[in-house]
Write a protein that binds this ligand. Structure first.
Ligand SMILES: [Zn+2]
Length: 274
């Protein structure tokens, strides 16, 4: 994708490109690939190692969702199911049974013991430097959705919570992702109208009730959203209720389509389909 963008941006076909530029481009791509696999600095507080960003120990335990996944919710499939009879990408049974406000979702990894620690460090321990690494992960996991997107919007925090925490972890991930991919960044198109109670311990239906009416696109921001295909960014997806609430608000405001990209998702999202 980056290669294609670069070529399009240069206005040159590969065969016409000066060899120095080709070399520089391929070197940059190689460097980018290395940074993705071996990020340059250990950011998670683990023992320093040749592979930075995360310690090698943490990195090796993260369950990346590199294989086939459900197009609707990003759930991992045991094997590649291929397209359906209409040529659409395969979806899991819950996604086929009940379409959601968001069209497709991708997660970079499973939310488990390995990924929880760096994600919580970004969310609660003032480690915004991890957000750049997560943005790289999303750039890979959601590349098909990014290729079709016009704009990137983070799931918003309620202003009071933002005041307490000082930054929105979803925005910290969305901003470098938008910049890197050349997409419009919409940090405040979506607002959280009321402080939702903690989601912890709530059932899927309870979470949905909790967030159903919490999100809104202010009238003054509607023109930013209308007709756009928007990629919604969050750190973790559990039941999908938050993504659903945000997608509904964006579509109500006129968004053409909403997709979702998250750093991590739980393996089973049982409450999502009720
Ligand atoms: Zn699914």
């Amino acid at each position: 994708m980056a290669a294609e963008d670069g070529l399009i941006g240069s206005g040159l076909k590969p065969a016409l490109m000066p060899s120095a530029r080709v070399k520089a481009l391929s070197k940059g791509l190689w460097r980018g690939a290395l940074d993705l696999v071996f990020p340059p600095h250990a950011l998670d507080g683990g023992p320093a190692a040749q592979a930075g960003g995360l310690s090698v120990e943490t990195w090796s335990r993260v369950h990346f969702l590199d294989g086939p996944v459900c197009d609707g919710c990003g759930a991992p499939f045991e094997y590649d199911q291929g397209p359906d009879l209409n040529g659409n990408r395969a979806r899991c049974a819950p996604c086929m049974a009940r379409p959601r406000a968001f069209a497709a979702a991708r997660a970079a990894c499973l939310y488990d013991d390995a990924s929880r620690e760096p994600i919580l460090k970004l969310k609660h321990a003032d480690r915004p430097d991890l957000a750049g690494l997560f943005a790289l992960w999303l750039g890979r996991a959601a590349r098909e959705l990014i290729a079709e997107a016009d704009a990137v919007a983070p799931v918003p925090l309620h202003p009071l919570r933002l005041l307490r925490r000082r930054y929105n972890q979803a925005a910290e991930i969305a901003r470098p992702l938008a910049r890197r991919e050349g997409l419009i960044y919409l940090p405040d198109a979506l607002v959280r109208r009321r402080a939702t109670q903690s989601q912890a311990g709530k059932s899927g239906s309870g979470r949905r009730r909790n967030v159903a009416a919490a999100f809104e696109v202010p009238a003054a921001k509607r023109s930013l959203v209308e007709g756009k295909r928007i990629l919604l960014i969050d750190d973790v997806m559990t039941t999908g209720a938050t993504a659903e609430g945000c997608a509904r608000a964006l579509k109500t405001a006129g968004a053409a389509r909403v997709d979702v990209a998250v750093v991590a998702r739980v393996k089973e999202m049982a409450g999502l389909t009720i």
